[in-house]
Ligand binder design. Sequence first.
Ligand code: NAD
Ligand code: TYD
Length: 349
Amino acid sequence: MILVTGGAGFIGSNFILDWLANSDESVVNLDALTYAGNIGNLSSLAGDSRHIFVHGSINDSALVSSLLERHKPRAVVNFAAESHVDRSIHGPEDFVQTNIVGTFRLLEATLAYVAKQPDRQSFRFLHVSTDEVFGSLNADDPAFDERSQYQPNSPYSASKAASDHMVRAYHHTYGLPVLTTNCSNNYGPYHFPEKLIPLVIHNALKGRPLPLYGDGKQIRDWLYVKDHCRALQRVLEAGIPGQTYNIGGFNERTNLDVVTMVCDVLDELAPKPEGGAYKDQIIFVADRPGHDRRYAINAGRIEAELGWRPAETLESGIRQTVRWYLDNPDWVTAVTSGSYRTWIAKQYA
Ligand code: NAD
Ligand code: TYD
């Protein structure tokens, strides 16, 4: 049994679906179902007794403790977070509450539970974090490795950095067997259409503008979500407690390149009825305040020590992603109703 937090979000739901496709070990999934959480992502597990869904927050210490005592997991995998940089600029408070306070409470409850276990060294607390904690790179800088300095620039990355530091402290001070991963930008199925790639697919098909911030030349290192999930499984299996692992896609591209790739695949798989190219819908809009110019990951440690490398190229991953969105219009309709519209109106006013 493992306890997954935030398992109804983008990466967490992909992780649970992959986990249960490859193993019979059950999962307790604790998720607060914020705007980003969607239990429909896991509808294929309806009636599957290996998936136990609990609607609740990592900030609720009593609930977390009772789940740990009842289910006796051998590991916690912490995905639960507020995850969108632009939302953190409009309203940082939720990021402090969930990412910092929530992770702290989860650590406290986990430590109390683990202290009572006969074999506490075999337990694992896997904290899923981001490359954004390292700040921004210039064009010629080497990619982030595990020794890179923490220099977070947004309220989101600052809150994740703080949580990473607490996780580290619980290992060094209390001996909790923790693992931390810092991963680059993910994309793939079940990605909420506030983030660049799903937003562009959604807007393109609706005939709406495709907004690129600033000059569109910011660089990200894109990783297909299922490759991230496999990396996390490997770290959980064989990672060394106290160690951190950088995970990346070996795919540095500008936002303009990525959006153009998505448009080209859409032209092929869902040509515009009226003719013309989707990339003609690209527009350049006001830049994000404090926008990090470049992220890049040196994934040499996880490759050398744990034998992981991504299976997908950006081309193959984008193609699968576009196909998934075309095949799942009902999912898109469900998540873009309600509060989604308010967010889009506020952000792109
Ligand atoms: P997401 O926003 O899609 O999902 C977050 C999930 O956490 C949602 O299901 C939400 O309901 C849940 N949640 C929020 N607050 C909670 C709380 N207090 N208690 C319980 N559940 C809560 O995010 P994601 O993109 O799936 O990211 C998951 C994790 O991976 C995050 O910690 C994020 O920082 C990290 N990460 C994301 C990326 C990326 O590109 N998306 C890259 C690297 C790391
Ligand atoms: P995003 O998907 O929000 O991820 P992150 O900010 O965590 O990297 O954004 C990816 C990149 O795309 C980032 O440089 C911001 C940019 N972007 C746009 O240019 N336009 C948009 O509408 C969005 C949402 C993002």
